[in-house]
Design a protein around this ligand. Structure first.
Ligand SMILES: C[S@@+](CC[C@H](N)C(=O)[O-])C[C@H]1O[C@@H](n2cnc3c(N)ncnc32)[C@H](O)[C@@H]1O
Length: 213
């Protein structure tokens, strides 16, 4: 076998091993995706359509003037296209527990010339979000990184307007991947109705809706 192929296989195996160790270590303590890996998060994975920003944004049915929560915004991969869609009359609130990620998101928002994004350095579930304020919320490859996902989902539920939609994306390549069953069970406990799902069990977008009275 060519040495180049051996090196490629070794790198792939190392990546898988790191992912597995990371996944199990995360069950004992909070180990979010580090801010220096922002470049990896910013890649639109060519193998998983459901994790591409264009796919997620397209299915949100956004309108000008809407208020959107980007929960666990990371380096702003979704923040920027969503802020463009809701326009100057709308607002995006970008929340992340890591200041390094928020700094990167701020840079991207500034480079895009957008003035409708607010940044909140906070952990989801800490009670920092306003009640009944958002039309849409995003939780894109974040759920498995949160130590208290139930508290986080309850906070997002309360922060949505009645009829508001939370879009959850999970992808098997993420060491913190959460399956369809786990997402649905946690969402149901928080009060969400289970909505439409796109993709398959290893890479999906799941919509969850806050019931209207
Ligand atoms: C894999 S990145 C995904 C970023 C972004 N949603 C995207 O798809 O491009 C996960 C992000 O969730 C953030 N995060 C993890 N736990 C969090 C928590 N408890 N509250 C808020 N953000 C959190 C991490 O800091 C990280 O930026």
């Amino acid at each position: 076998m060519q040495p180049g192929i051996n090196i490629f296989i070794a790198i792939v195996c190392l990546g898988i091993a790191v992912g597995i160790v990371w996944r199990f270590a995360s069950r004992r303590r909070e180990l979010p995706c580090p801010a220096w890996l922002h470049w990896l998060v910013e890649l639109d994975n060519p193998f998983t359509q459901t994790n591409r920003s264009a796919f997620i944004v397209e299915h949100l049915r956004l309108e000008q003037g809407m208020a959107v929560l980007d929960a666990g915004c990371g380096p702003g991969r979704l923040t920027v296209p969503v802020a463009k869609r809701v326009g100057a009359a709308g607002v995006v609130v970008a929340v992340d527990v890591q200041s390094g990620m928020l700094d990167r998101a701020r840079q991207k928002v500034a480079a895009a010339g957008l003035g409708n994004v607010q940044f909140v350095p906070a952990g989801l579930g800490e009670g920092r979000l306003p009640g009944g304020y958002f039309d849409r919320a995003l939780l894109i490859t974040v759920l498995g990184e949160i130590t208290n996902p139930k508290a986080a989902l309850v906070e997002i539920f309360n922060a949505l307007k009645p009829g508001g939609i939370l879009s959850v994306t999970e992808v098997i390549f993420d060491p913190h991947f959460q399956g369809v069953g786990t997402v649905s069970a946690l969402a149901g406990e928080a009060g969400f109705l289970i909505g439409q799902r796109w993709g398959h069990r290893l890479a999906f977008v799941q919509h969850l809706q806050k019931p209207s009275p």
